[in-house]
Design a protein around this ligand. Structure first.
Ligand SMILES: [Zn+2]
Length: 867
């Protein structure tokens, strides 16, 4: 019966029909954090463009009771019906046009597993209820025009049972008590907002005052469960300075009347949300016990808050017209997150993080299945899959490139003009590109057109270019630039970009810096300031370009040893080199031979980049017979560095040096099997499990993981006991992930059973489930355990996480497993949101791996034999 009803309904419409738009909406909600349902009343003022007796609104899993429509003091009853899973239709007897008010009483559902729509969570011994609407879940909370092109004032009233408080986008206007003892709070009407940015929270939260911030002295509060009040020292100190740094960049005050940072005990699939005036964030990101205070957590909070607060202007004040322009929000906020963090904490070297993020975007962008930044939305799945590394990391890298090309002042002027032109409204990619181009000198129409064309070539087509440069002195000194699409396992497909390419030339005179706009497959750039033929050309010297450099082997070997290059550029060269080797364009030795000499006096970030290269070999390229050689190399090259760093972090240590310890311990301990390190790790781990002493917070995970890889049943039990009683969610997730580092098949099975039986919350246990898949030693065993009853496991995870499950197949690298992944997920992925895209990317990742290991194997084997 249920199936019959479902199939009788039309496929959900992506957007509501034209002919009506919202004017303002008032929402009155009764929210009991302990209940599975809630009730609401909305009064929605709508403008009907022509005489109509019907209005369609978004509404999902809402049970509508009484409804009526009114105009000019008269009122008519309205009937309603479900049009499809996303849409309700309201019908009334008399044709009306102009402004009417639709009054709807209804009930909705509260979810307990997902963090979408209206959801509740238990923390300590209390229940909390919150909302998360982006992209399409406001319709689960109230009937509305759930489409970002519509921005209207909203007025919320929230009723909660005694003992609970309520929070929303604006400050409270009035409060009172219902006859049944419930407390109600009416919030001030908002500035114009789209439905997806409306938010509320209810529960026994505590508001911690964090002072006033910014030009308008807006009050800032941290809203957390009572047990966390003593754990928000860092957030208390940092939130206002982040907001003020953003105001300085945007050149205008924070747009809303207050700022609450509200903790979600456990987020699924996202870390934080930029609701206007009420940012929600995963509890572990904003609160931690002082004994767990680590640079990583501090940094995570600053980056997350810089991102969400940047959205208050870019996303909230000016909103994308539709989800094909989600990148306007996310690329920009990611870019701003790096910019603000760099300004406030230069010692964290986020310039290197920026290059690492760019490299990971390029890895995805090297697939033929990669999305475009500005991707048309054809089905609902396209909206969900838009929240990916292309939208965030590639978008950030592309904005970085254009900021460098335009100059930071012109770029900022363009963004400010865009905000000024669309304040409180919605805008498109075209509007941003036009505003940026408009910030170039007015006389230079050609440069403006070129910038717009360049932008379009990066946002409207997928893929990453690869650029080569060759000195040509057959005439006047010149450099010949050539571009094509970089596809590691497929031939170039003819894609062309209009792209800014910058390089230095040297060796014939003083080093000179040149930039050109490369629009053709190949172009000759004259070196006007270099009269003598130069000897060297170095592309992407500032690492701002979004392209790979096609290094020839001798030049690559030379540049890898150049300590005069900026650190981010050196790290970028390592990433490019690894990609060229993986694509079979260079022999593996072109990079591997250079690592040992590079490491002399290398900065920590560069050492970390090489650790990634060497550890990456373990996955599919170290034959059993050559494991001793691999271990010998690691111990010889990285052992001394690991010993020098030691297992204790002195106070005041450089944060970059501190961050090097975990990857080095992982490499030297796990893949190098260093007996001294293993010997040292075990007692430290045991001591920490007894009384949480003896280990710096940053070292808890690497040291316990190392002990676990070689651990026995007794240690397993102690880690499990520690995880079960751990109150800090972040630490609990880490301890559960450490259980996944034990290698005994029986331990793997009992770990998974903990999840299947519900003894541990699957949302805390993703590390426990997926860590064994990432390790060659436990991969096959864990895969069997997980896939024996994949449907049962899929039912356990939140709905929005299911679509990611196909990605677990991307650990494989052979044709047999590829076929297995395809048959396991082929049918299932179609039922999961974003599943088909995840499966296509996984299968292509396996294909790339198969091709890459085949081309690298002879070279890596010969290199290992020499170690
Ligand atoms: Zn964002």
């Amino acid at each position: 019966m249920l199936l019959l009803v479902a199939s009788a309904l039309a496929a959900p419409a992506l957007r509501l029909p034209q002919g009506a738009h919202p004017v303002r909406e008032a929402v009155d909600l009764r929210l009991d954090p302990a209940a599975d349902t809630f009730t609401g009343v909305v009064d929605l003022v709508v403008h009907l463009d022509a005489a109509a007796r019907q209005l369609r609104l978004n509404g999902k899993e809402l049970k509508v009771g009484d409804a009526s429509v009114s105009q000019g003091g008269r009122s008519w009853p309205a009937s309603n019906r479900v049009v499809d899973a996303e849409t309700l239709a309201f019908t009334w007897p008399k044709a009306l046009s102009g402004e009417v008010t639709l009054h709807v009483e209804y009930a909705g559902k509260v979810t307990a597993l997902d963090t979408q729509g209206v959801f509740r969570q238990r923390e300590g011994d209390a229940d909390y209820l919150l909302s998360q609407f982006e992209p399409l879940d406001a319709r689960r909370a109230f009937p509305c025009f759930d489409d970002p092109q519509f921005k209207v004032p909203w007025q919320l009233t929230v009723h909660v049972p005694e003992g609970n408080g309520a929070w929303s986008n604006t400050s409270m206007e009035t409060t009172g008590q219902d006859p049944d003892g419930w407390q109600w709070s009416r919030f001030h009407e908002t500035r114009p907002l789209p439905s997806y940015l409306i938010a509320f929270a209810a529960g026994p939260f505590v508001s911690v005052e964090a002072g006033n911030a910014g030009a308008k002295h807006v009050p800032v509060r941290l809203v957390v469960p009572p047990g966390e009040v003593a754990h928000v020292a860092w957030a208390l100190e940092q939130t206002a300075p982040i907001l003020e740094a953003l105001e300085a960049w945007f050149g205008e005050p924070y747009p809303y009347d207050k700022l609450d940072i509200v903790a979600i005990p456990q987020t699924v699939g996202f870390g934080a949300m930029e609701n206007a005036g009420m940012v929600t964030v995963n509890l572990g990101t904003m609160a931690w016990n002082p004994v767990d205070d680590e640079v990583g957590r501090r940094r995570d909070y600053v980056e997350t808050m810089a991102h969400e607060l940047a959205h208050q202007w870019f996303g909230d004040l000016v909103t994308p017209m539709w989800w094909d322009d989600l990148w306007l929000n996310e690329s920009f906020a990611s870019w701003m997150e790096t910019k603000i963090t760099e300004r406030l904490f230069p010692e964290w070297r986020v310039d290197v993080a920026r290059v690492n993020g760019r490299a990971s975007a390029m890895d995805v962008d090297g697939l033929t299945t990669s999305r475009r930044i500005h991707e048309p939305i054809v089905v609902v799945d396209d909206i969900e899959t838009a929240f990916d590394g292309i939208t965030y990391a590639k978008g950030e890298a592309v904005l970085t490139m254009f900021e460098a090309y335009m100059g930071p002042d012109a770029f900022r002027a363009g963004v400010r003009a865009y905000l000024a032109a669309h304040r409180d409204g919605s805008a498109t990619s075209g509007d941003l590109v036009a505003a940026l181009a408009g910030a170039l000198p007015a006389a230079d129409d050609a440069a403006r057109a070129e910038l717009a064309a360049s932008f379009r070539s990066f946002i409207d087509q997928p893929g990453v270019p690869i650029v080569s440069a060759a000195i040509d002195c057959s005439g006047a000194p010149s450099v010949r630039l050539t571009q094509e699409r970089f596809l590691p396992a497929a031939p170039p497909d003819g894609t062309r970009w209009t792209m800014p390419v910058c390089f230095t030339v040297g060796g014939g005179g003083p080093t000179e810096w040149y930039c050109a706009m490369l629009a053709e497959p190949t172009a000759l750039v004259p070196l006007a300031r270099t009269p003598v033929c130069p000897k060297t050309v170095t592309l992407n010297w500032d690492s701002r370009g979004y392209y790979r450099v096609a290094w020839a082997e001798p030049e690559l070997r030379a540049v890898l040893q150049r300590s005069d290059l900026p650190l981010d550029a050196r790290v970028a060269v390592v990433h490019d080199a690894a990609a060229l080797v993986a694509a079979g364009r260079l022999p593996p030795t072109a990079l591997l031979d250079e690592i040992e000499p590079m490491l002399r006096d290398a900065p920590p970030a560069l050492i970390r980049a090489t650790v990634g290269v060497v550890a990456g070999l373990a996955d599919h390229l170290v034959p059993q017979a050559l494991r001793p050689n691999y271990r010998r190399y690691i111990l010889r090259v990285y052992g001394p560095l690991a010993r020098e760093l030691g297992l204790a972090a002195p106070a005041g240590e450089d944060p970059e040096r501190r961050r090097l310890r975990a990857p080095l311990i992982g490499l030297v301990g796990t893949y190098g099997g260093d007996p001294a390190l293993l010997e040292a790790a075990r007692p430290l781990a045991e001591q920490w499990l007894i009384d949480r002493s003896g280990l710096d917070p940053e070292l808890v995970v690497p040291v316990l993981s190392l002990a676990a890889r070689n651990g026995n049943a007794a240690l397993y039990t102690r880690v499990l006991e520690a995880a079960l009683v751990e109150r800090d969610r972040g630490r609990r997730e880490e301890l559960l992930a450490i259980l996944g580092a034990f290698q005994d098949p029986a331990q793997l099975a009992s770990s998974l059973e903990l999840v299947r039986s519900g003894q541990v919350d699957v949302r805390d246990a993703l590390g426990l489930v997926f860590t064994p898949l990432s390790m060659p030693a436990t991969r096959a065993a864990q895969w069997s355990l997980l896939t024996n009853d994949l449907d049962a496991f899929a039912r356990l995870v939140p709905i929005y996480a299911r679509g990611y499950l196909p990605y677990m197949g991307s650990v494989w690298c052979d044709a047999g497993r590829r076929a297995e992944v395809e048959s396991l997920f082929g049918r299932r992925a179609k039922r999961w949101i974003g599943g088909p895209h995840a499966l296509a990317q996984t299968l292509e990742t396996i294909d790339v791996c198969i091709a890459s290991t085949a081309s690298q194997r002879p070279g890596v084997t010969a290199w290992l034999e020499r170690q």
